[in-house]
Each structure stands twice: as C-alpha cells, then as structure tokens.
Design a protein around this ligand. Structure first.
Ligand code: PMP
Length: 360
C-alpha cells in the first residue's frame, strides 16, 4: 500500500474504513450474492439501503420532517441551472451573494432562467472577505437568496448562517456539508455534490423544504422537476446506486465518529493547526480575512512563486498529495475535509516548516 495524505479539493479523500468496507462487499453485498451495483434499484434490498442512508443523514443533520431529502445526479453545476428553473419564474428576481468562483458560476447559470441580482459580492476584495450583511441589498420580492457557505477555491467560509430577510435561503453546501452542525430549518434548500464530504462524484444530495416543491412548474420536463423526483423517492429513473450506497457507508462512519459535532471539533483543530503555522511563518501566506477563513480549504502562497514546483514535488515525495492551488488563485491549497485526520495536517505542517527552513 502506498496511500498518501490526500489534500485534493474534490474528488477528495474518503475515510479508509469506508473504502475497505466497499472493497470487502464489492462482489457480494449483504445477502444479494451480487454486487450492490448489479441489483435493481426497485428491489426491496436496495430500497432498504436507500431509506437507511436517508434516515442516517436526517439523524446526522437533524433534518426536520417537513423537508424532503433527494439523491440526484448531474453534479452541483446542473443544479445551478435547475434550481432557478424550478423555484423562480422567468420574470422573477433571484438574489445571489457571491463570495467566490462557485457563487459566481451559480449566478451565471441562473441568468437565462430568472432575473439574477447580485445582492452582494466579495469581488472587490478579490474574494478574500465576505461583504458585511448590513451591506447586502436584498430584494424582498426575490424568489430566493442563494449563497455558497464555503467557497472551495477561494477558501472563504461563512461561520454563521446569514439572515435571508424572510426569503428562502438556498445554500450550495458542496464543500462544507457535514463538516459541522447547521440548523437546517434556517434553509429553504441545501444541496451538495457528493465528492468531498459525502462520497463519490455523480451524486448530489438535496434537502428541500417540502412547501417549496409546490413552485416547481408543470411545463418543464419531468426529469428536471424536483417535485417529480420527490414524489418518486428519487427513483424517477435509475439513480446512482453505487454513489448512494457509498454515501450510506460514509454516513454510518460519521455516526460512529460521533456525528457532525465531533467533526466540527476535529475540523476546527485541523484548521487552527494549519492557519496557526501559516500565520507564524514569514514564508507562507493565506490572504483570507481571519473571520472568513475556511475550515475545509486552505489556500496559501509561498514566499517566492518559483518555488511552487519544488514544493509540490517534494511534498508528493513526502506522502502529501494534491496540494496544487486552483489556477484562479495560484499557489497551494490544502483541503481538510472530514476524512483528513489531524495527523495528516501535522505531517503537512512539519513538511512546510522543513521546506521553509531549507528555502527561506
Ligand atoms: N460548488 C462548489 C462549492 C464546488 O466546490 C464545486 C466543485 N468543486 C461545484 C459547485 C461544482 O460541482 P460539480 O463539479 O459536481 O458540478
């Protein structure tokens, strides 16, 4: 085995016990005498699996009974478009708070489908800070307010759920779902691509307040209609069965670990360790305002850009992989999702200290 500490932003590291269990069950799942990938999604065994995964997620996040949980496909990007298609009329305003690349993209995808307003943007700070709530210009008649609680590329995270001024709050939680407790009742819609804290790519989990489904228009194709997906228990067509199974294993692992409260403690400790070291060093820098620093994605630069390639190469040789930053911000990025243990972050800090000493 030569598995390394994997700092990838996504698809990202999964808990090793989950991978081992999937490996052990690969050929014969439960009593099925076949792989979970080889059985009907409409059979009672798979339906039991699907329901258990939903129940576990409900328990982990404290999802109130008046919310539906959907297991969908298309990646978060498809839902950037599908959300306005379902929850706004074309002539209706929709408010977006943009604090980085993904919020920007969500707003852009909504433009053909509704009247997009940017209620606040962090662009002037180069997406290193969250515009103060008092400066947001919300339209009380907007269909919803969309934001990105954690911006995966810029490493900017809301540490509190913002006041949505009475509008349904829509959150793209792709990169921080299950990383800490959140009060789901504050949201109209939460959605997340699975490939960071839930499981494998190709699955999107959506939590939607049931009354909002009445807005889904009848004149769009059924396959795009969330009310249809909800009415059919996310089995309008063949779901991503293996992705759903894997998500279920991750939820079981999270419950064994003590749930999202335990994850929050760990995630905070990991983030404190890395930011603490970066701030104590003259060699590394993180540009994000302290109050908006992400626990999940930590971008940082080296004192001299020409050292980037050597840093990455030596990190890889030391068992630390996927630290290259996104091209939009450059430098490095360490993603510290739930599956990254504190020891991995300690190994990264030890390497960074040694690298700085040799190159400072
Ligand atoms: N939103 C956020 C916050 C993301 O981090 C990502 C992917 N990294 C996306 C949306 C896009 O997800 P997908 O590739 O699944 O469409």
């Amino acid at each position: 085995m030569s598995r390394t500490y994997n700092f990838s932003a996504g698809p990202a590291a999964l808990p090793e016990p989950v991978l081992r269990r999937a490996q052990a069950e690969m050929l014969e799942w439960g009593k099925a005498r076949a792989s979970v990938m080889e059985i009907s999604h409409r059979g009672k065994d798979f339906i039991a699996l699907a329901q258990k995964a939903e129940q576990d997620l409900r328990a982990l996040m404290g999802i109130p009974p008046d919310y539906k949980v959907l297991f969908l496909q298309g990646g978060a990007t498809q839902h950037f478009a599908q959300i306005p298609m379902n929850f706004a009329r074309r002539d209706q305003g929709v408010d977006y708070v943009v604090t980085g690349h993904w919020g920007e993209k969500a707003a852009k995808e909504a433009r053909p489908l509704a009247q997009v307003r940017i209620a606040a943007s962090g662009v002037e700070s180069n997406f290193t800070a969250i515009p103060p709530r008092a400066q947001w210009q919300l339209d009380a008649n907007a269909a919803y307010l969309h934001y990105t609680p954690n911006e995966t590329i810029h490493g900017v995270e809301f540490h509190e759920v913002p006041d949505a001024g009475g509008m349904p709050l829509v959150a793209d939680m792709s990169s921080d779902i299950l990383s800490r407790p959140v009060d789901v009742s504050r949201f109209g819609i939460v959605y997340a691509g699975a490939q960071k804290n839930i499981g494998a790519s190709g699955l999107v989990v959506m939590i939607v307040r049931a009354d909002l489904l009445a807005r889904c228009p009848k004149d769009i194709p059924k396959i795009f209609n969330y009310a249809e997906h909800a009415a059919n228990e996310s089995m309008l067509n063949t779901p991503n069965t293996f992705g759903w199974y894997l998500a279920g294993l991750v939820f079981e692992w999270l419950i064994e670990q003590g749930g999202v409260a335990a994850m929050a403690q760990r995630n905070r400790a990991k983030a404190d360790l890395l930011y603490g070291y970066i701030d104590s060093s003259d060699f590394y820098k993180n540009p994000v305002a302290e109050s908006a620093r992400s626990w999940m994605n930590v971008p940082f630069t080296l004192a001299r850009e020409e050292l980037d390639a050597a840093f990455l190469k030596q990190a890889e040789a030391s068992g630390l992989m996927a630290l290259k930053g996104h091209r939009a911000v450059g430098g490095m990025r360490a993603s510290l999702y739930n599956a990254m243990p504190l020891e991995g972050v300690q190994a990264l800090v030890d390497f960074m200290r040694d690298f700085a000493a040799r190159n400072g």
